[in-house]
Write a protein that binds this ligand. Structure first.
Ligand code: SAH
Length: 360
């Protein structure tokens, strides 16, 4: 066995940045993925937790150079779900025993938006109580807003740092987007008691394997409970996506890198939740299944009504644009069984790292 894999297998946090980089550079990944899967089994058992993803709206005040719903993309039609619609979709996910939902949208900072989310959270709480996990993914907000949403019934928050390199971050965002604020938001979420998730995009233009190795160290420094990361995918109506073609070679490279990041992150952190994200499925029909076999334990099936899915394309090639939520549920069930895993129906699927109160 590769000595680095052996070293990482039994205890978390054993590898140096240089060793993490070396694992990320492996060409033959079979042993790496098998070891990561073994560590996942030890901490979260045989079983995949589901998060029903509701895409609330695509209005956004940010202008990230890679993202299809950036404020300056005038080619995308903007939408926002009604309060009733969001509650109905969450109720459907609850009744279908998804165990948890993720509410995500473009970033908006306003009292109106804060109240809108609060009302939704309170209504979900009336029918689901503590039995439905609720993750929010609404970007950077003030401590006060995070606290209000926590009090209204949310308990998880996902805020990707996108890259832990301040230099690369500066190249991917306009000058008024602050890396420091994003980092501070993560610390605030953790301090307030959220199950806190973050992650990065892998295979960004200008990103090195050293950068990715340091991203994994960063995950530990922030003491994250959940990791959501995925390969970068070009979007033609964005500055970063111009000139990048999604050829089959490019797709294969991005997929492999994304899978290696999952495996190496699992081998380093051990007891966190890691998502096999939709971006993997955009690159390969069985991308998410491969993610599960490389150490991920969470999948986020879309439960947004089909009519809105086309307007929420962060990248090209987004899968399941035309399948309704019931179809997605059925399809996913068989996909998970096909790799010898099972779905933890009706379970919230809290990250073991958080349950242990494993804070530094
Ligand atoms: N506004 C929210 C939600 C952002 S969308 C927030 O700030 O958290 C969720 C994630 O999609 C982003 O964090 C980013 O990592 C990812 N994403 C955006 N554009 C992408 C692209 N072109 N390729 C891959 N992932 C992308």
């Amino acid at each position: 066995m590769n000595p680095l894999i052996r070293k990482a297998l039994n205890k978390p946090y054993r590898l140096s940045p240089e060793e993490l980089r070396e694992l990320l550079s492996l060409e033959d990944t079979e042993e790496l993925f098998r070891a990561a899967y073994e560590v996942k089994l030890r901490h979260t058992g045989k079983g995949v937790s589901l998060r029903g993803l509701i895409e609330l709206g695509n209005y956004c005040c940010k202008d990230c150079y890679y993202c299809g719903i950036r404020k300056s993309n005038f080619r995308v039609g903007r939408y926002r779900l009604s309060e009733d619609d969001v509650v109905r979709m969450a109720q459907w996910a609850y009744e279908q025993e998804y165990g948890s939902v993720v509410l995500q949208s473009g970033e908006l900072e306003s009292e109106k938006n804060t109240v809108f989310i609060e009302r939704i959270l309170r209504r979900i709480h009336t029918f689901a109580g503590e039995n439905l996990g609720i993750t929010l993914c609404f970007g950077e907000q003030t401590e006060e807003v995070y606290r209000r949403w926590l009090e209204a019934g949310a308990h998880r928050y996902l805020l990707r740092i996108e890259t832990s390199s301040p230099e690369l971050y500066a190249k991917l965002h306009p000058a008024n987007h602050s890396f420091e604020r994003r980092k501070e938001c993560l610390r605030t979420l953790k301090r307030l008691g959220y199950q806190t998730g973050s992650g990065v995009m892998c295979g960004l233009p200008g990103q090195t394997l050293e950068d990715l190795a340091h991203d994994i160290i960063f995950f530990r420094e922030v003491d994250l409970d959940m990791i959501g990361m995925g390969p970068y995918l070009p979007h033609h109506d964005t500055p970063l996506g111009q000139g990048i073609e999604l050829t089959s070679e490019y797709a294969a490279h991005q997929l492999k890198l994304g899978l290696k990041m999952i495996a190496v992150t699992r081998l380093y952190l051990h007891d966190v939740n890691i998502a096999a994200t939709t971006a993997l499925q955009a690159l390969d029909d069985r991308g998410r299944e491969q993610g599960l076999l490389a150490g991920a334990n969470v999948i986020m099936p879309n439960v947004t009504d089909t009519e809105y899915r086309r307007s929420y394309q962060l990248y090209e090639n987004k899968p399941c644009l035309d399948e309704n939520s019931a179809k997605c549920r059925n399809c996913l069930h068989w996909r998970v069984l096909s790799i010898g895993e099972e779905i933890n129906w009706g379970k919230r699927g809290d990250p073991p790292h958080f349950r242990k109160g494993n804070s530094k």
